[in-house]
Design a protein around this ligand. Structure first.
Ligand SMILES: *Cc1c(COP(=O)(O)O)cnc(C)c1O
Length: 400
């Protein structure tokens, strides 16, 4: 990104695919073409006076890699550019991103209102751990804006949603939720893990913070754990304070992996979406399938909203198989290609039975409320050939 004729903001006006390849890297004196990995824990100073200026914050610069690291900074700048945010802070995992957000912004007595269909560890964090420190969370149906408003009190400081949801692909109108948050003086954080900035930019729609598990599509190839938060300078400065002090920082090597992942983000997400839609349409027509939950299908009740709000529908399908748990398990066990694992956001297609894995801790009543039926399987569609994926599912489906 370095030429002599740069205007003030060299990234202004560049498209997402360009930013994904170019943003954030300022070449060192070595004139390297690829992004360098700085595997160093600390940084040195030319003099005692310079060290003093850097420690006091009077002069910017690296001190210690828990605070800042040049490779991690490239990743942060690139993701901020992709999400259209002022600043990004990278973290050691997606959960560390969520924990850092609440540590930075909330205090005892504050309340969170969150969508019911959240990532399991997020629910544990909110209930089991934040509860210990006097922060309480209420859960509402993702798409029901009246329920969000009814759950809010003067102590509500944070609205937290994943859209689309896992595994039923439900959606909330981010713009309306942002309006609601503003009216009540609360922050809106959107976990954008399922779509990435290639398909959805919540900050453009009024959200205050975007949360990522970089572990998923940002890496895209199942290699490393990481996370990030993107938003305005004001809130991100608080978040940076938490990460630099409490230590859930991203490793430089992982940041480099995520940079390589981001370079192909647009291409991969398009290919994931194409495969997912084709598989969803094929499954919907299969006699052993009761229902396919995918907001890219016209049969999905929120298809119109998804089409308006998203630039693609993602690649996670909820598929209800005839024959309840037995039917679902037999389809999963008949696959030879798909990986039986709870992870997603990988070039490798994964298949799982939410009712006995990711959502296994819920009781029957909670499962019914969350729409997790016994015959439901989740498929996170990867980049294998679509005909091979169909054949892998047909083996089990055709026996039902
Ligand atoms: C995986 C995931 C997380 C947590 O991320 P980790 O990197 O595993 O800590 C949070 N939210 C969603 C939606 C996820 O899928």
């Amino acid at each position: 990104m370095q030429h002599d004729d740069f205007s003030a903001d060299p990234l202004a006006g560049l498209a997402l695919d360009t930013l994904a390849v170019r943003a954030g890297h300022e070449r060192t004196a070595e004139q390297e073409h690829g992004e360098p990995i700085f595997t160093t824990s600390s940084f040195v100073y030319g003099s005692a006076a310079e060290a003093a200026r850097k420690f006091s914050g009077e002069e910017p610069g690296n001190i210690y890699s828990r605070f800042t690291n040049p490779t991690v900074r490239i990743f942060e700048k690139r993701l901020a550019a992709l999400e259209g945010g002022e600043r990004c802070v990278a973290t050691s995992s997606g959960m560390a991103a969520i924990l850092s957000t609440v540590l930075a912004l909330l205090e005892a007595g504050d309340e969170i209102v969150a969508s019911r269909s959240l990532f399991g560890s997020t629910v544990s964090l909110f209930n089991k751990y934040l509860g210990k420190f006097g922060i309480t969370t209420r859960y509402v149906e993702l798409g029901n804006l009246e329920a969000w408003e009814a759950a809010m009190t003067p102590n509500t400081k944070l609205l937290f949603a994943e859209t689309p949801s896992n595994p039923l692909s439900e959606v909330v109108d981010i713009e309306q939720l942002a309006t609601l948050a503003k009216r009540h003086g609360a922050w809106l954080a959107i976990d954008n893990c399922f779509l990435t900035p290639a398909l959805q930019r919540p900050l453009d729609l009024g959200a205050d913070l975007v949360i990522h598990s970089a572990t998923k599509y940002l890496d895209g190839q199942g290699r490393a754990i990481g996370g990030a938060i993107v938003g305005r300078d004001k809130e991100l400065e608080e978040l940076f304070g938490v990460v630099r002090t409490c230590g859930p920082c991203m490793s430089p090597f992982n940041a480099w992996i995520f940079l390589k992942g981001l370079e192909t983000l647009g291409l991969r997400m398009k290919a994931h979406c194409d495969n997912a839609l084709r598989l969803a349409q094929w499954l919907e027509a299969h006699p052993a399938v009761e229902r396919v939950h995918y907001n890219g299908l016209e049969s999905h009740p929120q298809h119109a909203l998804a089409k308006r709000q998203q630039r693609g529908f993602g690649a996670v399908l909820g598929v209800e198989i005839k024959g309840g748990r037995e039917g679902a398990w037999s389809v999963i066990d008949a696959t030879r290609l798909m990986s039986i694992t709870g992870n997603l956001g990988d070039v490798k297609t994964t298949i799982t039975h939410p009712g006995t894995t990711t959502h296994g801790r819920l009781n029957d009543e909670q499962k019914t409320a969350a729409g997790i039926r016994e015959g439901l399987i989740r498929i996170a569609v990867g980049l294998e050939d679509i005909e091979d994926l169909k054949a892998d599912l047909a083996r089990g489906l055709n026996l039902l």
